[in-house]
Design a protein around this ligand. Structure first.
Ligand code: ATR
Length: 294
């Protein structure tokens, strides 16, 4: 650990609750590995997120991560926002500037990096997204920005899927992007989908401790999937991932995304790029401490 003195930079996480978080372990280890004098602490904020952000700025806190339930509401407390985070409507990383904090969404940067590492390109692909909440919105906007040809939502609440589909369609029209087909469906309409899909599981179904739950259990759905990502990282292998593999698909989980969103925040805060080797050492260290599944 580097010396803590009058020049040490302070970073943290705001959310509610935040005590279970892995972020301090990741960021304080990164500080030690890169020999940067900084500390990262959890700050449990029970309401009044705007006041908390103003206070953090006045205290000179250099950067913050933001988690549930403030990823949307924190936006009104920012002095600037990255265009991709604005489009997604959610921010998880704040970087201190002269006038206030600029907001970014490094969850998407993390997911993009996980896909790249796995050799998955979205360009020209057909995508199916389970869910229509915040995670689904971020994933869909990423797919549209990265050149997906078709995006299908399957959600329990059909109206939410329709309004998300409209938002994604609007984005592609505003940006004069290539023509993207975007459609909303009820979950039971999965049989209408074609084959060779890339799937993103963006609901909370299957999250620990409800590890046997899955939104769709019919093997015919999984036959349509070439590659599937479950954004859940606990458990390491979800029921959804098991079903994907049983039908011969490739299944990824959200644990790399978790590491990479932290790496991306650390890079933004410190204006550096971390090598793959250093990230590998970080992952090994976290495994060694039993903090992430190996
Ligand atoms: P997040 O920000 O993690 O995406 P969210 O915005 O609350 O969280 O979204 C949760 C998603 O999981 C929603 O798509 C939700 O479906 P509804 O829009 O119908 O609520 C989905 N979800 C949660 N529990 C579910 C369940 N038991 N079956 C099907 N979908 C479920």
């Amino acid at each position: 650990m580097c010396k803590i003195d009058g020049n040490t930079s302070v970073y943290g996480l705001i959310g509610y609750p935040v005590r279970h978080t892995l972020s301090p372990a990741i960021h304080n280890r990164l500080a030690a590995m890169t020999k940067i004098s900084s500390v990262y602490l959890p700050f449990e904020v029970a309401g009044e997120v705007e006041s908390a952000v103003r206070g953090a700025f006045l205290l000179g806190i250099q950067g913050l991560n933001v988690t549930v339930p403030y990823k949307n509401t924190v936006i009104s407390a920012l002095s600037a926002i990255d265009p991709e985070a604005e489009r997604i409507g959610a921010v998880n990383t704040l970087v201190k500037t002269q006038n206030g904090y600029k907001g970014y969404n490094t969850d998407v940067i993390g997911l993009r990096r996980e896909l790249k590492e796995a050799g998955v390109s979205l360009f020209g692909k057909k995508i199916v997204i389970l869910g229509a909440g915040g995670a689904a919105r971020a994933t869909a906007m990423m797919c549209a920005a990265d050149g997906a040809a078709e995006i299908y939502f399957l959600n329990r609440s059909y109206e939410k899927a329709v309004s998300l589909a409209e938002a994604v369609h609007q984005y592609t029209a505003d940006e004069h992007r290539h023509e993207v087909i975007v459609r909303a469906h009820r979950i039971e309409e999965y049989h209408k989908l074609q084959n060779e899909l890339i799937a993103f599981q963006c609901t909370s179904v299957g999250l620990y401790p409800n590890v046997n739950e899955v939104v769709i259990s019919d093997s015919n759905f999984y036959k349509k999937l070439d590659i599937a990502v479950d954004l859940i990282y606990r458990p390491k292998q979800t029921r959804f991932m098991e079903l994907v593999k049983q039908e011969g698909g490739v299944a990824l989980n959200g644990s790399k995304m978790l590491i990479y969103q932290a790496v991306a925040a650390y890079e933004l805060w410190n204006h550096i790029e971390l090598s793959e080797e250093l990230i590998g050492e970080l992952i090994n260290a976290l495994h060694g401490e039993g903090l992430i599944d190996g």
